[in-house]
Design a protein around this ligand. Structure first.
Ligand SMILES: *Cc1c(COP(=O)(O)O)cnc(C)c1O
Length: 397
């Protein structure tokens, strides 16, 4: 047995930061109130929720009234896509409203869009990307039509790490909006955007989604930023929480923890990101020089600091994940949400990677605890695992 554990799956989830747990604890016990109760215990909980909202708004450079809490990142994405477009579908001058998305989107966006299209609620355009997974802002411009109401392009690909040109896309949309009688909104799923600027005004987004458990916060909470004045219909009905947009008793500890985690990310993100990027570059160089017939996916430089995704030809992704796990290294193959399915990742296919090569993908996602030694150990372990699997592959040269 190997005692070592090297966790390189920080794009799937992260461990809760110490300070975050500390901030959350009182709201499980002493301050357990329901924010909807008007007595003292309730008001204490309400205050915690509203302070968290203020702190998040500060981190994102927006107004506290523009922040909504949901039960997960997936739910926040659903609210942004379904909530915005369903409010338009069947009403007013346009039917169906047109949605433009990138082909790299997480299933939280992709499947919501496809389901709405299937039900005849929207018209859907899925853009193409280049081999690095980059959306061309000019393609967005060309895809916008009279009935276009929403564009959704993720900030960072959670699978290959490519950084999308949000500001350029936003400027294309703004130019369009200024000369047309209709208004196109811009949504970004920023759940994988760690160590990067999150200023909503600079990015020029109307809607943005964050996933706290991806940056040291708790699971079971999603954050939606929606600019003032955007009409959104709820996904669930009940009480009046979150202005009726997301009814249900607030998950107070998770909300407090989400705000704390974001505060730390904004404060320490740049330094930590710098360190992580250097280690990620070591990993890329190490794999490129030590493992033959392999290549990096995603953009070579325009990428998130912490995600390194590789194709190892002649080896199968899930087998590599399991064998690396036996050596104490936790990674994933493509997106964690797509493993277990036999289909190749839609993200890798969108980048033009052939089906059989796409099966050989492994994603390493580094974190604040990753060390230089971890990276060296990992490169050697990957080399052994890949060679072992190739020996068993009758089709390998
Ligand atoms: C993780 C992730 C999600 C979904 O988050 P859940 O916590 O599973 O709801 C959505 N989009 C991206 C880009 C992600 O990385």
């Amino acid at each position: 047995m190997i005692n070592k554990q090297i966790y390189l799956d920080n794009a799937a989830t992260t461990s809760l930061k110490k300070e975050v747990l500390q901030a959350m604890l009182p709201y499980f016990k002493e301050s357990f109130g329901n924010p909807a109760s008007i007595h003292k215990v309730g008001r204490e909980a309400l205050e915690a929720v509203e302070l968290a909202r203020l702190s998040i708004a500060k981190s994102l450079n927006c107004d506290a009234s523009e922040i909504y809490f949901t039960g997960s990142t997936t739910e926040a994405d659903n609210l942004a896509i379904f909530g915005v477009l369903n409010g338009i579908a069947g009403k007013g001058e346009i039917h169906p409203p047109h949605l433009i998305i990138s082909p790299l989107e997480h299933h939280a966006v992709l499947d919501t869009a496809k389901e709405m299209e299937k039900k005849g609620l929207i018209e859907l355009t899925i853009l193409t990307v280049d081999k690095y997974g980059l959306v061309n802002p000019n393609d967005v411009k060309k895809a916008i039509k009279e009935n276009t109401r929403l564009v959704s392009v993720m900030y960072v690909s959670n699978e290959v790490g490519t950084l999308e040109p949000l500001e350029e896309i936003s400027s294309v949309i703004a130019t369009n909006n200024s000369s047309k009688p209709y208004h196109v909104l811009f949504h970004t799923d920023a759940a994988a955007a760690k160590y990067l600027p999150l200023d909503t005004q600079k990015l020029g987004v109307d809607l943005m989604v964050l996933g706290p458990h991806k940056f040291g916060g708790p699971k079971g909470i999603g954050i939606l930023f929606a600019k003032k004045g955007i009409k959104i219909t709820p996904l669930v009905y009940g009480g009046g929480q979150e202005k009726g947009l997301r009814p249900g008793t607030h998950n107070v500890p998770a909300i407090v923890g989400a705000a704390k985690a974001l505060e730390i990310l904004v404060k320490e993100g740049e330094n930590e990101g710098f360190k992580v990027r250097e280690l990620a570059n070591n990993l890329i160089k190490g794999l490129q020089s030590r493992v033959s017939d392999s290549y990096l996916t995603g953009h070579p430089s325009q990428r998130a600091p912490y995600i390194v995704s590789f194709i190892f030809k002649g080896a199968e992704g899930e087998a590599m994940v399991l064998r690396l796990s036996d050596k104490g290294i936790m990674v994933s193959s493509g997106s964690a949400c797509t493993s277990g399915q036999l289909t190749a990742s839609h993200v890798l296919l969108a980048c033009g990677i052939p089906q059989e090569e796409a099966h050989g993908s492994v994603r390493f996602s580094l974190g604040k605890d990753t060390t230089k030694e971890d990276i060296e150990y990992t490169v050697e372990a990957v080399r052994e695992v890949v060679e072992g699997l190739r020996k068993m592959n009758p089709f390998w040269k």
